[in-house]
Write a protein that binds this ligand. Structure first.
Ligand SMILES: Cc1cc2nc3c(=O)[nH]c(=O)nc-3n(C[C@H](O)[C@H](O)[C@H](O)COP(=O)(O)OP(=O)(O)OC[C@H]3O[C@@H](n4cnc5c(N)ncnc54)[C@H](O)[C@@H]3O)c2cc1C
Ligand code: SF4
Length: 619
């Protein structure tokens, strides 16, 4: 498949120098791994010293391909100490940063973001319920926030192949009503929030991928490694190699969003999901279209269900009319589907040919494309959100209210709660312990109530399909709104990876070819995401066992990576000596679907060099 035409990547400043310039005397030097270095901290947990040792070496997966040389020599790294280190400049991480500074301007806070700028990797719908922002910055309306398009109209449709039926708004549970919400570009909201955070004194560093956890000697999370650049493809240090820095905090907040690569390690290490249902996911794909002004209706929110997915998979679409004659056209496919021949991307492309959608887009122009997974497990899948030394924020834990397709308000609320818990702890002289009050605030407060009300919708849909979920799920949401449920709490059962069934039990699905007007091939779409990865770095998509794609996934599942990746990264290429699994990592839009859906759980998504990946304008 190769590479699509892409814009050149923005020039990358030397991050370490840039950081050092900005933080000046805070930098301290540490020695390299061979002898492991101990640094004392004023910590509540045992002897809180930090070592760069085998623990860290295994983090990027010592059992993965091409990591052996990457970890052969742990480089000398500088370290900087903060009160709170935040990974990810999404709504969760930025809310935490702002709230910390509101509580005490003297608290030192750093936010590290892998995108080339804040917002570059942000993709959401997005209809924003402003309840989180109202708590964080009550005057946001007077502060120039890019939140200017109130929802004026809600429409729900059930689609068949040739037609549609509008579901009366009165039949929808009250929580589906978007009155009081706003259509936003979440990327732009995050850019604006980052400015507000910086005005308060938060240090925000984009282009800094956090690639490792720094563990305290007692096992708690003590910091992260960020900003490593310039490894050769085989993992050895290249000529311009920069080893990155250790950012150490009294508390480390992981606000990485869905399927965070560090969050995944922390969840496993501290068994945070023990006793919970498996996390569930959807794959969300989104395009921005400029349409004929005569068809545009600023503030209109449209959701559809049914065609083209029908029995093959659950999911649905959104069409949000923002300003400037633009519409966000999005499609979510639940990743619990069984048929390995399903192609979520092609389902989305097919959807745009529905007469209702085609009529809207006719004469318009597609201006952007992107994809991102979305957490769907809800209340029953929510892990414990606090661990020794830190907290999982927002969708790193999974806080999306699935029927509302909304997680931004909960992401913001979780950032606020985590900041308040950490401030209280630090004020009492504690550091590095488990912020139990944060976990309690998530579960017992507004987030828990929001998720609990809709907890059965997803399991009903997965088990009994769309019609049952409309009827029974709708009824359950109504009763939950009144304060009770007749169903208790239903489980999700299998993970999305386990839900994939052998290819022999399914028929191939024939998709129409894209017409280049309404529908496009994957590589053309990737070129509309501004995605770029420097080719001279190690592939960030690691295989635990490189033989599995061809020896197991191909015969059993027809290697579904070729089909579920919305950027065409994975291919099976026929060679003279047999099929070969090819990974075009340069095209990866960081949606995380491969990490979630691979039936063998053999693909591990790790961070590439900071600043690489998509460059979304206003997703
Ligand atoms: C298609 C789609 C439609 C949606 N529609 C809506 C909607 O209409 N309304 C709504 O409220 N919600 C919606 N959501 C959900 C919403 O987007 C999420 O709930 C929300 O973005 C979660 O915020 P977050 O801060 O936890 O994570 P994110 O917004 O994902 O932000 C995480 C940030 O961390 C960065 N990061 C990750 N890992 C690292 C690392 N290791 N090092 C450095 N940086 C890192 C990422 O680049 C990113 O910038 C939608 C989601 C999708 C996918
Ligand atoms: S390689 Fe994985 S994370 Fe990257 S776009 Fe494809 S499915 Fe998404």
């Amino acid at each position: 498949m190769g590479r699509p035409e892409v814009k050149p990547a923005p020039e990358r400043p030397r991050r370490r120098e840039a950081m050092r310039d900005r933080v000046g005397a805070r930098a301290i030097v540490v020695r390299a791994a061979s002898g492991s270095v101990a640094r004392g901290r004023n910590c509540a947990c045992a002897a809180h010293a930090i070592a760069i040792g085998p623990e860290q070496e295994s983090q990027q997966g010592s059992d993965m391909t091409d990591t052996a040389s990457q970890i052969q020599d742990k480089p000398e790294r500088e370290a900087m100490e903060y009160d709170v280190v935040i990974v990810g400049a999404g709504p969760a991480g930025l809310s935490a940063a702002i709230r910390l500074k509101q509580l005490d301007p003297e608290i030192s806070v750093v936010v590290l973001e892998k995108g080339s700028e804040v917002g570059a990797h942000i993709l959401s719908g997005a209809v924003l319920d402003p309840c989180g922002l109202d708590r964080l910055l009550p005057d946001w309306r007077e502060m120039g926030a890019p939140i200017t398009v109130p929802v004026r109209e809600d429409r729900f449709y059930m689609l068949g192949e040739g037609g549609s039926v509008r579901i009366p708004n009165i039949a929808m549970p009250p929580l589906m009503n978007n009155h009081g919400n706003y259509i936003v570009s979440l990327g732009n909201v995050c850019r604006w929030m980052a400015e507000k955070a910086e005005e308060l004194g938060v240090e925000v560093f984009p282009g800094m991928s956090c690639s490792e956890i720094v563990w305290g000697e007692d096992g708690c999370v003590a910091g992260v490694v960020a900003g490593e650049f310039g490894r050769n493809p085989d993992g050895t240090p290249g000529p311009g190699y920069e080893p990155g820095m250790e950012l150490l905090g009294k508390y480390v907040f992981l606000g990485e969003g869905v399927r965070g690569s560090l969050s995944k390690q922390v969840i496993e290490r501290f068994a945070l999901s023990e006793g919970r249902e498996p996390q569930k996911y959807g794959l969300g794909m989104k395009e921005i279209w400029e349409i004929d002004p005569a068809k545009h209706s600023e503030g209109r929110v449209v959701h559809t269900m049914g065609w083209p997915l029908e029995k093959n998979a659950g999911g649905g679409s959104f069409i949000y009319h923002l300003d400037n004659n633009q519409v966000y056209v999005g499609f979510v496919v639940h990743l619990g589907y069984a048929n390995p021949y399903l192609r979520p991307y092609q389902e989305f492309q097919r959807f745009k040919h529905h007469p209702m959608v085609a009529e809207l887009l006719k004469g318009g122009k597609r201006v952007a494309y992107g994809a991102r997974a979305i957490t769907e497990g809800g209340w029953q899948s929510l892990p414990k959100t606090a661990f020794p030394g830190g907290a999982l924020l927002g969708c790193a834990a999974g806080m999306v209210n699935v029927p509302r397709i909304k997680g931004n308000h909960n992401a913001m609320l979780s950032g606020i709660h985590a900041a308040e818990a950490a401030h209280e702890a630090m004020s009492a002289g504690r550091t590095g312990d488990v912020l139990e009050s944060y976990d309690a605030a998530v579960r017992e407060g507004a987030i828990g109530r929001d998720l609990k009300k809709v907890r059965n919708v997803k399991p009903i849909w997965s088990r009994w399909g769309l019609t049952a979920s409309m009827a029974l799920g709708g009824f359950d949401m109504w009763t939950n709104t009144l304060g009770f449920s007749l169903l208790g709490t239903l489980g999700h059962g299998k993970s999305d990876a386990e839900a994939t069934e052998p290819a022999k039990d399914h028929a191939e699905i024939v998709y129409p070819k894209p017409d280049g007007v309404l529908s496009f091939d994957r590589l053309t779409s990737v070129s509309f995401s501004g995605t770029n990865h420097e080719e001279s770095q190690p592939c960030h998509l690691k295989l635990k066992d490189p033989s599995i794609p061809i020896d197991r996934n191909l015969p059993v599942y027809a290697e579904p990576a070729q089909r579920y990746c919305p950027a065409g990264v994975y291919e099976v290429v026929e060679k003279d000596d047999g099929p070969e699994f090819v990974i075009n990592f340069q095209n990866c839009v960081h949606c995380k679907t491969c990490d979630i859906k691979d039936p063998s759980q053999n693909i591990v998504w790790t961070v590439p060099q900071g600043g690489d990946g998509p460059n979304y304008p206003n997703m």
